[in-house]
Design a protein around this ligand. Sequence first.
Ligand SMILES: [Zn+2]
Length: 232
Amino acid sequence: MSYCVHCGVELDDTAAVCPLCATPVHDPKTPRDTVSPTPYPTRSSTVELPGKGELGLLVTVILCAVAAVCGVLNVFLKPGRLWSLYVIGALLTVWFWLILPIFLPKLHRAVKVLLDGAAVALYLFLISVDLSGRTWYVGLALPIVLAETAIVLAVALWLPRHSILTSITVLIGGVAASCLCIELFVDRFLTGRWQPLWSLVVTAACAAIMAVLIVVRRVPGLRAWARRQFHL
Ligand SMILES: [Zn+2]
């Protein structure tokens, strides 16, 4: 029994070099055993890892299986309620948001945003079916989802063509527009008229930050300082 002089690992009698650090083995008292088979395979090969598409397919099958099990259980457990729609809708949304981009990596971001919005609208629709909530779905949920999808779509189309400073400014503007839309539709649904309150506070804060960012973007000295400071 001999040990590597460099790293100290125990060596097999057949080893010509250390399997760990590749230091040549030289033990004058124990000549190398060239007859016995080596403990390691003589041929190296790589294990093929599953591709993204195959993983996506696996996750799709798992999601479908969970949805099917929930659907069947719904027949026996509380059959008066369509509770399985909550799970099926959530799984469907997860699939559209996370798995579809794996199968279609070159999907245009606009199409992806529209499909994601449609998935959320469908999920809320399934919930409204169980709760008999046609009124709140049509009057509140659907308008908010449509408005938010439109805002995200506009931001997503704008972002890649502009600098980071401009992109951050547009993102903050998108947040303000989202809040205004949500309060508008909630107010219209509950009271019939728009009385903006919390969304105006958010919008004012966003406007102040946007004003600062616009000034920084426009003044060359400030712009160079911001780029250095924040590694933009
Ligand atoms: Zn070694």
